[in-house]
Design a protein around this ligand. Sequence first.
Ligand SMILES: *Cc1c(COP(=O)(O)O)cnc(C)c1O
Length: 223
Amino acid sequence: MREILKNYKTIIGQIKNYEKEFSKTSKNPKLIAVSKTFEANVVKIVLNLGHRIFGENKVQEALEKWPDLRKEFKNIELHLIGGLQSNKVKQALEIFDVIQTVDREKIALKIRSSLDQAFQKKKHKFFVQVNTGNEIQKSGIKIDETEEFVKWCKEDKNLNVVGLMSIPPINEVSSLHFNILKELSNKCGLEEVSMGMTSDYKEAIQFGSTFLRIGSGIFGERD
Ligand SMILES: *Cc1c(COP(=O)(O)O)cnc(C)c1O
């Protein structure tokens, strides 16, 4: 517990330092505390510090953890940062406020139809995931198809797309990908850019990230 408190404060301090260092390009990013694999009791340590923006990568895990936490703590903003399957879309829309992994037409269509059928209307935000590394195994829209896909999601499907997200290839310099994503989001006329994890949030701040996704840097190593 002491460790998590210390980690959290260190990260917050570092973000401030980097914002100063890169004041010309920094966009004062928000911090998403990525709580995947950590139990509710551990997540509460960070909630008790007043933090309210969290990220999970699995719908099932979020369903098990967050309904109770939401009862205890108000104004939580929960982001889905992991891949979404069509058969989980309905549940994802119920538990998450923001879905960062809209990565194909099929999912966008499913989101549209689930929103239309939803009993409870909640104002979601969506990010389009971009495969900036053009990796075969990684999901995401291709760079040169992103603008058209975003336009289609927003105009044809009336989805509230606010930004782009990407996960750079592990063996490459993140900055290159951050630069691509930032430029692409400008081109698409989008405000938000979700990029930067524990290992590369400094560069992400430099390149104008608006949402940092930090897990192990706060909660410690995952099993
Ligand atoms: C797990 C995860 C993170 C957080 O990674 P850390 O290295 O633990 O900070 C960020 N983004 C996505 C998409 C993740 O799955």
